[in-house]
Write a protein that binds this ligand. Structure first.
Ligand SMILES: CC(C)(COP(=O)(O)OP(=O)(O)OC[C@H]1O[C@@H](n2cnc3c(N)ncnc32)[C@H](O)[C@@H]1OP(=O)(O)O)[C@@H](O)C(=O)NCCC(=O)NCCS
Length: 149
């Protein structure tokens, strides 16, 4: 697990597109993010063999400000799910940022992600009504980073 750099941009683009499809970011958005010190991007790699996505198995994209880490998105390659890579990415981001609190918005429709965050120990903070383009609400979840570091 390590911080991403500009050389990782093609692999991040590919994995983002694979995991998030139409909601994935453009090459220029990734470039801006990788150059922005307020954006924290950590990646996990398959170190045994570079079979999958040139070795990239997952990423977390987060913003850090005022001791708070805001998870914008976390994605794990489909073939590598349920191996605790997502858990490790969130833990790593909390630890490296030294944040005291972690926040995330999750669509009420994304049951797998809700299960994932609640399993990690996140708790419900508030609901943002019709937050997403498809009309679904966002559940805002929070966690005290200390516990997941
Ligand atoms: C959500 C996501 C990041 C989870 O990554 P992951 O590496 O598979 O998650 P983990 O292996 O760390 O899961 C930890 C625990 O969360 C729960 N969990 C994870 N995925 C789950 C699922 N699909 N259904 C139910 N529970 C799930 C389980 O309790 C799991 O522990 P277990 O496998 O020992 O039972 C991954 O499924 C993904 O990339 N999804 C698509 C993108 C997305 O929706 N991202 C989140 C919103 S930004």
């Amino acid at each position: 697990m390590r911080k991403a750099n500009l050389e990782d941009k093609p692999d991040l683009l590919r994995l983002d597109n694979l995991v998030f499809g139409d909601a994935s970011y453009s090459a220029s958005s990734w470039e801006d993010a990788l150059r922005n010190p307020a954006v924290l991007i950590y990646i996990s790699e398959d170190l045994k063999g570079k079979k999958q996505q040139n070795g990239l198995t997952g990423f977390v994209y987060a913003l850090y400000a005022d001791n708070t880490l805001e998870i914008v998105k976390v994605g794990v390659e489909p073939a590598s799910r349920r191996k605790h890579i997502g858990t490790q990415l969130i833990r790593h981001a909390c630890k490296e940022s030294n944040a005291q609190k972690c926040l995330v918005d999750v669509s009420e429709k994304n049951k797998a992600a809700l299960e994932f965050y609640y399993t990690l120990g996140f708790t419900f903070l508030m609901r943002r009504k019709k937050y997403y383009a498809d009309g679904s609400d966002a559940e805002v979840l929070e966690h005290t980073c200390k516990v997941i570091k």
